[in-house]
Ligand binder design. Structure first.
Ligand code: GLC
Length: 589
């Protein structure tokens, strides 16, 4: 179908495919001069678990630089680095003590310069994580705030309040921490008496900054410039929906989950006073203007867990950020109608503001897609899986994850891969509790296993100690013993391996310009019900996902381009597409 074709055109003239089909155009292609981030595939590097160069068992910047060739061979456009700033690591670096320095655990400023230079040579853009909602409690500002008196300018950079009840012994309101427990902590004043409380929507070591304070805004303007001047191509903005709080600080009956929508859907509870406040957008307009003074299409990417697609789209209006993670797709169950709805809604919402949609299946905060999709109930999944919990069906999960990957990589917009996804890595679902490091594990009173299972160091070489993650074999979290099968060297050059399936998908995606392409749903193919099959066109490709339980026989005139599994043929030489499989085929002319 030509780009921009009208609704309800026939998908193809070929008799066997076209007879009874209708198409519904949902998204039109973007122009050839579109900015790089509109269609980029961005690979998330989680520095502590990517590659260790010095043998201490924790990944580092030189380890990443040495392995950047893996990213360019895979065929991605950019990498996003999770935080490597100076940090006491109470929340794996999302507790920043110095926004202009690299933690010695990961290397030095020279190492990041070398990484950026190498990425540049390989044609890879570099996105950094920016953590503006809170600092570490070891940040110089917070130390100064503790040493200063209530009401001082030092305290006003954070959210300090008097407690309630006799002697101010109760927290200022009932807000909870996302990681569990009370969202406020009480300090001891200089004279040794119990004093004010400070807000921490995350760990107690992550005090929230007060974004009403102009000094805070100016500091982050300078931090942005510091890194833009060093050559980074943009920022992934952590907890972008959280910076502005309702200034009345009202009690709220909801739970401070990342997805405010869980509660906001409930009319008795109402909108969350700490998330997605309208004035937060002023901050991003200001940052947009800063980035616009730099060349090279620098980009801002919102981690905004918003209630609705419309709320998410507000972060990517023309004068704000450039992309927002589309978490609805990640949270959608493995079901054809649900996925189709999510894709339509995501594209429609972003199109309404002229922004690209993003597609994400895994990251460092959720159970990996391979494990999630192997559970009895699919969707966002639990916060971590432990040995006593339901264990995923690993083979089913991998099969579905590969099908989901080919669905995602055929969609127009930008796509995110989380390190190890290209290897089909599952979570470590049987980590011993005594090695867990995620604060969610402690703060939830051990009711949530937390995110360590998706953060285990990568396997590079099947036969080496620590699967080649580090020269000594040390790994900061233990790897499952059977991870040799996922190691890069066990998959590279092996036809049909998950790695090769991803690599080919990225090549076809690039060759066919799928990222800047269009999307039209195809209905009426003689292939089973819309409840179990997703079918759409993008550029010259017809994409079919079989989410049902029966084997589909492809129409004879379809020329296969790629598939998420090896496919069999029947006696008539018709290609058979088994359950949980995606195929890309050329639309016959
Ligand atoms: C974001 C990060 C997560 C972190 C939290 C607090 O959601 O992705 O890892 O714990 O913010 O900074």
């Amino acid at each position: 179908m030509p780009d921009g074709a009208p609704d309800n055109g026939s998908v193809t003239s070929a008799q066997t495919v076209a007879a009874a089909t209708t198409t519904t155009l949902v998204h039109r292609p973007s122009g050839p001069d579109a900015q790089w981030w509109r269609s980029a595939v961005i690979y998330q590097v989680y520095p502590r678990s990517f590659a260790d160069s010095d043998g201490d068992g924790v990944g580092d910047l030189p380890g990443i630089t040495a392995r950047l060739g893996h990213l360019s061979r895979l065929g991605v456009d950019a990498l996003w680095l999770s935080p490597f700033y100076t940090s006491p690591q109470h929340d794996a670096g999302y507790d920043v003590a110095d926004y202009r320095q690299v933690d010695p655990l990961f290397g030095s400023l020279e190492d990041i310069d070398a990484l950026i230079a190498r990425a540049d040579k390989l044609g890879l853009r570099v996105i950094m994580d920016l953590v503006p909602n809170h600092t570490s409690d070891e940040h110089a500002w917070f130390r100064a705030a503790l040493a200063a008196a209530p009401g001082s300018p030092e305290r006003e950079r954070y959210i300090f309040r008097e407690g309630k009840g006799p002697d101010g012994a109760d927290p200022p309101n009932n807000w909870e921490s996302v990681f569990g427990g009370v969202g406020w902590a009480r300090v001891t004043e200089a004279d040794g008496t119990p004093g004010q409380w400070y807000l921490h929507l995350f760990d107690v070591h992550q005090p929230d900054l007060d974004w009403e304070n102009e000094e805070v805004r100016e500091e982050f303007d300078a931090v942005l410039r510091f890194w833009l001047d060093r050559g980074v191509d943009g920022f992934r903005v952590d907890v972008a929906h959280g910076l502005i709080k309702d200034q009345d600080f009202p009690d709220w009956a909801g739970h401070a989950e990342m997805i405010a929508g869980d509660d906001a859907d409930n009319p008795d509870i109402g909108p969350a006073p700490m998330w997605d406040q309208p004035r937060v957008h002023d901050v991003y307009r200001r940052w947009h203007d800063i980035l616009a003074t730099y060349d090279g299409d620098r980009a801002l990417i919102a981690e905004a867990w918003a209630d609705t697609d419309e709320a998410m789209a507000r972060y990517v209006r023309e004068d704000e950020m450039h992309q927002a993670f589309n978490f609805d797709f990640l949270c959608t169950p493995w079901s054809a109608p649900d996925l189709r709805r999510s894709i339509t809604d995501g594209l429609t919402a972003c199109d309404s503001v002229g922004a690209p949609t993003t597609w994400v299946m895994s990251n460092h905060d959720v159970v990996r897609a391979t494990s999630r999709l192997g559970l009895r109930t699919t969707g966002k999944g639990p916060n971590g899986i432990g040995a006593q919990d339901e264990q995923p069906d690993v083979e089913l999960g991998l099969r579905r994850a590969r099908a989901a990957a080919l669905l995602m990589l055929a969609l127009p917009g930008s796509a995110y891969l989380y390190q190890g996804e290209e290897l089909g890595l599952p979570d470590h679902t049987a980590l011993p509790d005594d090695v867990r490091q995620d604060p969610a594990w402690w703060r939830s009173g051990h009711t949530e296993k937390g995110r360590d299972g998706c953060r285990v160091p990568l396997p590079w070489a099947a036969a080496e100690p620590g699967f080649g993650f580090s020269p000594t074999g040390a790994t900061w979290l233990p790897q499952p013993q059977d991870w040799g099968r996922y190691a890069l060297d066990a998959q590279r050059g092996v036809a049909g391996s998950t790695y090769e399936v991803y690599r080919s998908a990225l090549r076809v995606r690039r060759d066919f310009h799928l990222g800047t392409g269009s999307l039209a749903w195809v209905d009426g193919l003689p292939l089973g019900s819309a409840d179990s099959v997703i079918a759409f066109t993008n550029r010259q490709l017809l994409v079919l996902v079989n989410l049902g339980e029966t084997v589909l026989r492809l129409p004879a005139d379809l020329e296969l381009v790629h598939a998420s599994q090896d496919l069999a043929v029947d006696a008539d030489q018709r290609v058979l597409v088994g359950p949980d499989t995606t195929v890309w085929a050329l639309i016959p002319s």
